[in-house]
Design a binder for this molecule. Sequence first.
Ligand code: UDP
Length: 238
Amino acid sequence: GTPAPLYSRVMLKISGEALMGDQGFGLNPPTVERIARQVQEIHAMGVEVCMVIGGGNIFRGLQGSAQGMERTTADYMGMLATVMNALAMQSALEALGINTRVISAIPMDQVCEPYIRRRAVRHLEKKRVCIFAAGTGNPYFTTDTAATLRANEMKCQAIFKGTQVDGVYDSDPKSNPDAKRYDTVTYDEVLAKNLKVMDASAIALARDNRLPIIVFSLAEPGGLAGVLSGQGKFTMVG
Ligand code: UDP
């Protein structure tokens, strides 16, 4: 039967790379559409959905600065990349009949809405999917931190971090066949063992506000809807 969701308002964080498909760079519209369909499923369950999408498929500030660019300029380019990804996701979701808003930390009124917290909350109450773009609006941060920040502000009950693997492992499961997957792990263990979940500032921000992080695979058979109902494989950081 139809699974029942365990949460009524969630943040979905996906990296920019999740949108590029096999092409190795940029946006692959069929891949964006596949993710949009997973969002459609949880939206149909009545879940209020926030999204943050990274920008790594287009530009990363650290890469630019390693090649000689001024760091903050490179970071602003990375933030702009996340706006492009957010617009692509908006287009895919609206093609499925879902109302959305792209809400940018850096105002660009002709393109999307500026971030106004109370307005964003209202959109969620009206069941519009809110796609938060331009990260935190500040250089030296990541979209993982932006997702955690907005999840706290929107009072989301959990962050769902979609990745290539079905949870958090004690070593890289792609290079170590004996890598062990955690069902649950604490924030402090993630920080102490430097486990690959999110960067340390995002983990600390989640820990200090007791916000669970659920790491799952975007290719999980039951999909996001299953994971949101506690089915399938995932790791709960809490
Ligand atoms: N970025 C930033 N401030 C933020 C969020 C992102 O400066 O609050 C920049 C940073 O340069 C980063 C880029 O945007 O490299 C893309 O974001 P991220 O690397 O988090 O994307 P992902 O790895 O999730 O695709």
